[in-house]
Each structure stands twice: as C-alpha cells, then as structure tokens.
Design a protein around this ligand. Structure first.
Ligand code: MRU
Length: 369
C-alpha cells in the first residue's frame, strides 16, 4: 500500500542481491525506518523482537531468513540449524512453520550449489503469493462491506471495528482484515474504521492507525474496552480481525482481546468476520482453546509504554507501581461459534470444519480431532 503516495511492501529483496529489507515496525508510528537483514541471526531477531510481526510477514521473513542462512553454507546441517533457529522465534503464528516447511524440502532435494538461488526465488514467490492471497481476501470481503452500506440505505459511513494490526504491515501487502477495507475505500464506499489500540504493544494505535492514516482511510483509535459500548449503540456495522492460527474446526487464535470483541459482537448481533489467508490454517489441530500454543511475552511490555513526549522526545515510561507483577499473554482463542464467517482467498465460509473443508478440499488432513 502507499506511504504518502509511494507504494511499499513490508519486506523486499535489497538492491545488492544479498540482503532483505524491512520496515522496522518497533519505530512506528513516530519514525519510518527501513533496515537490512543480512544474516540468519538478523532475521531471527527481527521476528523475535517484533521489528516485523503479523502472521504472514513472520512467515515471509522466515523464508528470507532461510535464504540468508545459506548464503555461505548451503549444507543439509545448515538448513536444519536455520529451521530450528527461525522456528524458535515465536510460537503462535503458524505461518512461521508453514513457510519453513515449504522451504526446507524444496532446498534439500537440490544440489548444494543450486540451493542459494532457489531459496531467494522461493522467498520472493512466497511474498508474491501472500500479496495475491490478501488481494483475494479483499475481493471476497468487499461485498460484506457493500452489503452493510446497502443495509444503511447507502447513507452515512460503514463502521468497521478491527483489532491489533492485520494490515499491510502484518503481511507483505494489502493486509488481511484491512484488505476489504482498502478495496471498499478505493471503490468510494464511505468506510470508517474503529481501531482498537491493542495493548500492550499498541499495534492498533501505532501501526493500523499509521497505515490507514498514510493511505487516507478515515479511522478513529479507541482504547480496547470501548468496542462493546459502541456495539450496544449501533456504531459498529461489522468487525473484521486477522488471525495467527485458525484450526481445522474454525477456532481462531488472534491478538489478545479478540475473544472479548467477539463476545460483545455476538451479544449485540454485530457480524464478526475473520480474514484468513490459507497458510494461517493449522490443519493438524481442531480445538483451538486447548491446542494452540499461546505466546507469553516479557512483562515490561505491560508495565511500560513507549511514546513521544510533547517536546518530541521518544521515550519509555513505567505505568505500574514498582513491585507489581505483570502477566503478558499475547494471544487468545475465539471459538468458531462466535465467528460469523471466515474471509479467505477462495471465498467466505462458515467457521467450521465443513466450511473450511468445503473451500479447501485439497488441503484437509485427517487427524484434526
Ligand atoms: O503479535 P503480533 O503483532 O505479531 O500479532 C499480530 C496479530 O495478532 C494479527 O492480528 C495477526 O497476525 C493477523 S495479521 C494479518
């Protein structure tokens, strides 16, 4: 999407043909800084420390991480080491495993001399595929926004609530939850986005608001507890969130707090959609609440807040008393019964085993109990 008129992706091969370039998302929204990943360790650190984040972008970065890892040593053991290092970075988004499982066998069947070029080519393909998938999600999600506008008699604005950042910064381009929004905006539908701030790391306030702002999409940042109130007062026409892992039964794991929004939507009859690129489906598990590993991150993300002071300084401040314990659960699971539909690159389906199998009969695996 565009940053002040200039099209960007969130990751791209560097002009030197050696490195991968990313936007350092820890610096947003106050600074727009791009940086080079030169080594396996750079890629692993970028994922772990969330310079890049969002399920699809984590997968794409892992693919480039594998390419960087075998720059000087493309042996089987180096590929195994790179797999393990990258896989250990973050536990919840299944796209990480998906990308590594895609890359590894393709490389291992090749002679060592051909692996490096093949890795760069496949990483680029994974990025292009992600862009196509997310554009497809936008095409299939757009009618849901159009229908909401029709229900309002084509007057006023369509108010979409989203949580965290499932925007283009979380993918290679378009975003997942934001893709239907960007397509509606391009089509001239008056769309307005309620952006949950998404504590503790504020991906909504810092990233979703930033990208909507730079693309020109009307939006309002709200604190995480406001959504239920807005829904009670008819100010949310639909919710669209992303997902880090959706089970074969349609349970959705996404940024912490998504579940509470789904409960509020259910109670108020507000449609709750999840935008789902197929690499985010974990076909090996069924019960999301029991089976999805939930990342727990450093307590300082809860006890401290980073921001800009009125005089322009960027700084971190502590917001809890010395000595108070903080818990930092990064994701939660929304059971499929609370999800109105899954918006995929192949169409919209019911959040259920049958719904997913109907759209992806070629991917279903037996064994997801
Ligand atoms: O911890 P993050 O910022 O990686 O979490 C990201 C999310 O929860 C997104 O909603 C999800 O990855 C979907 S991205 C298209």
């Amino acid at each position: 999407m565009k940053v002040d008129g200039t099209p960007y992706r969130s990751i791209w091969p560097a002009a030197n043909g050696q490195d991968a370039e990313i936007i350092d998302q820890t610096r947003l929204p106050h600074e727009f800084v791009t940086t080079s990943l030169k080594t396996l360790d750079d890629a692993a650190r970028a994922i772990k420390d969330m310079w890049v984040r969002g399920a699809p972008l984590i997968g794409a970065t892992a693919a480039y991480g594998m390419a960087l890892a075998i720059r000087d040593d493309a042996s089987d053991s180096r590929i195994a080491e790179a797999y393990d290092v990258l896989y250990a970075t973050r536990p919840t988004a299944v796209n990480l495993r998906w990308a590594l499982d895609d890359m590894r066998p393709r490389l291992l069947v090749l002679p060592e001399s051909e692996r490096r070029a093949a890795a760069w080519q496949r990483a680029a393909e994974i990025c292009d595929e992600d862009v196509g998938i997310n554009s497809g999600i936008g095409d299939h999600g757009l009618p849901l926004i159009e229908a909401a506008w029709e229900r309002k008699g084509r007057s006023g604005t369509v108010n979409v609530l989203t949580h965290c950042n499932a925007g283009w910064l979380a993918t290679v381009d378009w975003g997942t939850a934001t893709s239907p929004i960007y397509k509606a905006f391009e089509k001239g539908i008056p769309v307005h986005v309620w952006v949950d701030e998404t504590r503790p790391r504020n991906q909504g306030a810092g990233l979703t608001a930033w990208e909507l702002n730079h693309h020109g999409v009307p939006h309002t940042v709200i604190v995480d507890n406001v959504g239920g109130h807005l829904m009670q007062h008819g100010q949310v026409d639909l919710c669209i969130t992303g997902t880090d892992r959706t089970t074969a039964h349609g349970d959705v794991c996404n940024k912490i707090g998504t579940y509470l929004k789904a409960l509020a939507a259910h109670d108020n009859g507000v449609p709750f959609y999840v935008a789902l690129p197929s690499p985010t489906i974990d076909w090996t598990i069924g019960d999301g609440v029991r089976e999805v590993p939930i990342e727990q991150r450093d307590a300082t993300e809860v006890s401290q807040v980073y921001g800009r002071t009125p005089d322009g300084r960027l700084t971190t401040v502590q917001i809890v008393p010395d000595g108070s314990a903080c818990a930092n659960y990064a994701f939660d699971v929304t059971p499929s019964r609370l999800v109105t539909g899954l918006i995929t690159e192949r169409g919209v389906c019911v959040a259920s085993a049958d719904g997913l199998a109907g759209l992806f009969p070629d991917r279903v695996q037996s064994g997801a109990a």
